[in-house]
Write a protein that binds this ligand. Sequence first.
Ligand code: IPM
Ligand code: MN
Length: 356
Amino acid sequence: MNIKLAVIPGDGIGPEVVGETLKVLDKIGEKYGHTFEYNKVLAGGCAIDEYGQCLPQSTIDACKAADAVLLGAVGGWKWDNLPGSERPEMALLGLRKELGLFANLRPAMVFDCLSDACPLKPEIIEGGLDIVVVRELTGGIYFGEKGTKETDLGPVAYDIEQYSEMEVRRIAEVAFDMAMKRGKKVTSVDKANVLESSRLWRRVVAEVAEKYPEVELNNLYVDNAAMQLVRAPKQFDVIVTSNIFGDILSDEASQITGSIGMLPSASLATGNFGMYEPVHGSAPDIAGQNIANPMATILSAAMMLRYTFGLLEEADAIEAAVKKVLDDGYRTPDIAKEGEKAVGTKEAGDLIVEAI
Ligand code: IPM
Ligand code: MN
């Protein structure tokens, strides 16, 4: 295949972890006979510095012209004092909306050899943990009507949570399709005891479930789901939920694995187009020091090969190489224990390339 990628290294550790990932993709291309073309474009803080805006139209156009997008991370202290609507993070919301990336897949799995990084008691995750949060990404309160108004009580600000049947149906279908390829269990998370939008959500998810008789559907209120995630996380296979609940629960799930530097994510549109990025952020405190863990971004590239390009063998090869490097005892500082010798970002990338 000849694959054209839009690459957004972004800010902080983004350029370093993306750099290692491109090395890995080049190696995959060489071994399996594909060519990767990279169109590097700016978004986030670096785009504010260069163009005065976090998401220039040229970046959106480059992403639309590409087969998929690989993103590092955006944001940093330098831009922390900008007003909310001008912050680097707004680039993410703009990309999601402009590219129609309505389905956000955030796997949270515990790597066997890193299982003691999990902050929960060992018996709670014994036998492994493998959850994927399917978060709705272009609707809900993030994109609903918002504003401020004067009232008798003084100024008031509001953000509206709203979902259409279509939006719920298409994200539910992604979740059930995913469950069919995994543990055949979907947990839909809402707040249907209080919110009208959640009652619509629950009704539509139940309708979709009828098309998947093999998949078990459970409904949980979000407060209970947050509690169950730390009490008995192994009960979950696929969690499907709204934009804001998914934002919160996916952070909780990633923390349970103890190695947020390891977790990839995919944001998918209809068709096979997607944007792939690590779950972690730009970590400005460790940027430029060759100590960031590139594995989450490298594993995001594996998701890209699998979901956008259907290159299953190649995706497996990347995941197996990451596993081998870990099993051989190599660790970046974020996952190294007391006394273990850590490798740098570049060395970790080189070791994964070598293992492929
Ligand atoms: C995430 C982030 C973003 C979100 C922010 C930075 C806009 O927290 O990707 O989870 O809330 O979606
Ligand atoms: Mn978040």
